[in-house]
Design a protein around this ligand. Structure first.
Ligand code: CA
Length: 129
């Protein structure tokens, strides 16, 4: 492998590694979302059905991830008012922006209180027992 190829590969992997990190900056409390069933750990890949999706394995986007992409990968009023996981709470309520006022760089008005991609009531029950 030539030095040029190594440098290009390094840059590609570096870019892939920062993707979801920058997406997390685009939603309120994006770095504080917890595992829906185990609140002792965070769920870094908020839009994905795996906490740490590997880029070489095909992984699935949650409905929240699909909705985020459909909104132009931005926190919009419509995305905030949506209930992507169907648990009866809006994405904004779960992510600490119940009045849908948050903008990138702001401190959210509330703490994160749920995962916008999982209906905790049904998803976590399915994992027990
Ligand atoms: Ca939820």
């Amino acid at each position: 492998m030539t030095m040029h190829v190594r440098v290009v590969l390094l840059l590609i992997f570096a870019a892939l590694g920062t993707c979801s990190k920058s997406y997390r900056d685009r939603i309120p409390n994006g770095h504080n979302v917890l595992d829906p069933c185990d609140h002792s750990v965070t769920w870094p890949a908020v839009g994905h059905d795996s906490r740490h999706p590997h880029h070489h394995i095909k992984h699935h986007l949650l409905q929240f991830g699909l909705d985020f992409h459909a909104a132009g990968k931005r926190w919009t009023g419509a995305l905030c008012r949506q209930d992507s996981d169907g648990d009866g709470r809006t994405n904004g309520e779960e992510l600490g922006d119940p009045s849908c006022q948050w903008s990138v760089g702001d401190t959210p008005s509330h703490r994160v209180s749920g995962h916008p991609g999982f209906n905790e009531h049904t998803y976590c029950q399915g994992l027990v027992g």
